[in-house]
Design a protein around this ligand. Structure first.
Ligand code: HEM
Length: 429
């Protein structure tokens, strides 16, 4: 029998399986979930999702889940709406768009090469731990115009991010209030994370270049608090998402040596005589970009997010009331046979132009960092394949991702070996 909370236990146990089962077995474009007193609607139909994401913010706005982030990131372009949101988005767009971020390619490739050199001597390494650090470095290059973090800063930031991540994940899947003891422990952790963020932000902020993302925000004249909130948002949104996708990139390069070799050849084609990637030739690097897009189809870091209805309305034949929550689940659309042939198969040859491809959302609140994220991940695939062969060191098949604030990869153990020039020639023949 159905009651107010009948979906709560399976959702909390395993949100990823829950979404696939409920969405996959439903013939409704949108259906009500029973997760508590507030109505929550799961949108099953990917076309309907696009309409929802493109609706004006007076009708449908960011959901209450994103507002829980305010405890950590404050009021930033992720959590605010209206004119100020549009103003900040516009200012950041020039740096975060692919064309704007191209000027950072030499610094980013240098960071990837340094990262590979660190890993080369290791018998094996955990892919996600390694890529989290790398992606923190590369996003800092775009944010500040150069790498401004000391290795101590990097470790401290990763620790603070982990604290925040655990806290937020707990908050997002919570259906009942915390006990006072729990609330106090959370508060202490939050304060510690905030302290770390504040210390580092106040030091590195001064070191940005005018053509960087932080430089663009400085030009808007934001006050100290707003700058701090934006920097923390970019650090969080900009490295955790790419870090988990990057781990899967390394995994699939190890699983598919044929594709890794083809990407190595692609890297050779776009590399100039000086040994550096020629950004003017990047538009020809189609395979590495499709490889990244396929990784983000199977493992969309932002695997679900939400919206709130701001007024009564009809969506997909359902009567939605003001205050109802709407769940958007790329994880579901990306793995649905309705939209993809053999959805579980890793196949970069597919077309990603369909309406069901939503790793970065859509509409006015689509990911601000999409251009830079695709570029960073593509450079990783190109640079690693050009010089190295990732080798799987797992004892058996790798596990499935798990649901947290972002989609978390399981342990993926790898090693790197140097690519022999002959391996490229063989595959190119
Ligand atoms: C693979 C990497 C990434 C994925 C999959 C991803 C995904 C997303 C998604 C789905 C949204 C929309 C959420 C919603 O509609 O509620 C979003 C928003 C956002 N992302 Fe990303 N993101 C990635 C990387 C980045 C990077 C590198 C940055 C740069 C700092 C960034 C900054 C943001 C910001 C600021 C927003 C809020 C935009 C707004 O509300 O106007 N993201 N991201």
């Amino acid at each position: 029998m159905q009651h107010w909370f009948s979906d709560a236990a399976p959702f909390q146990r395993d949100p990823l399986s829950f979404f696939l089962e409920r969405g996959g077995n439903s013939d409704q474009p949108i259906e009500r979930l029973r997760l508590g007193m507030t109505p929550v609607w799961l949108i099953n139909d990917a076309e309907l999702v696009r309409d929802v994401l493109k609706a004006s913010e007076e009708k449908i706005d960011k959901g209450r889940l994103i507002h829980k982030l305010r405890a950590i990131v404050g009021h930033s372009s992720l959590t605010i709406s209206g004119e100020e949101h549009a103003r900040r988005r516009q200012a950041l767009h020039a740096t975060f768009a692919r064309t704007g971020a191209m000027k950072f390619v030499p610094n980013m490739t240098a960071a990837i090469r340094g990262f590979s050199a660190e890993l080369l001597g290791k018998e094996s390494f955990d892919a996600h731990k390694a890529t989290s650090m790398l992606m923190l470095r590369t996003i800092c290059i775009v944010m500040f115009g150069r790498n401004v973090l000391t290795s101590g800063d990097e470790q401290a930031l990763l620790r603070a991010v982990k604290m925040v991540e655990d806290d937020l994940a707990d908050e997002m899947f919570r259906l009942f209030p915390r006990t006072p003891w729990n609330a106090r422990a959370t508060q202490t952790k939050r304060q510690e994370a905030q302290y770390i963020f504040d210390q580092i932000v106040s030091r590195i902020r001064e070191r940005c270049t005018p053509d960087s993302a932080v430089g663009a925000l400085e030009a808007l004249g934001l006050d100290t608090q707003a700058m701090r909130d934006e920097i923390i948002t970019m650090l969080l949104a900009g490295h955790h998402t790419t870090g988990s996708a990057a781990a899967w990139i390394l995994h699939h390069l190890a699983e598919r040596p044929d594709l890794a070799t083809a990407i190595a050849n692609e890297a050779a084609e776009i590399t100039g005589d000086d040994g550096e990637i020629d950004t003017k030739r990047m538009a020809r690097a189609n395979l590495s970009l499709s490889f990244v897009k396929e990784v983000l189809r199977l493992y969309p870091s932002a695997h679900w997010f939400s919206r709130d209805a701001k007024c009564d309305m009809e969506i997909g034949g359902a009567q939605i009331k003001k205050g109802d929550a709407l769940l958007v689940v790329p994880w579901l659309y990306h793995r649905s046979e309705r939209y993809w042939d053999n959805p579980e198969e890793f196949n970069p040859d597919r077309s990603f132009s369909g309406k069901a491809y939503l790793p970065f959302g859509a509409g006015p609140r689509a990911c601000l960092g999409m251009g830079v994220a695709l570029l960073e991940l593509q450079l990783l695939a190109l640079e690693i394949s050009a010089s190295f062969v990732p080798v799987s060191m797992n004892k058996g098949p790798v596990g499935l991702p798990t649901s947290s604030v972002t989609l978390m990869p399981p342990e993926i153990r790898l090693s790197l070996r140097i690519r022999e020039p002959a391996e490229m020639l063989v595959a190119a023949e």
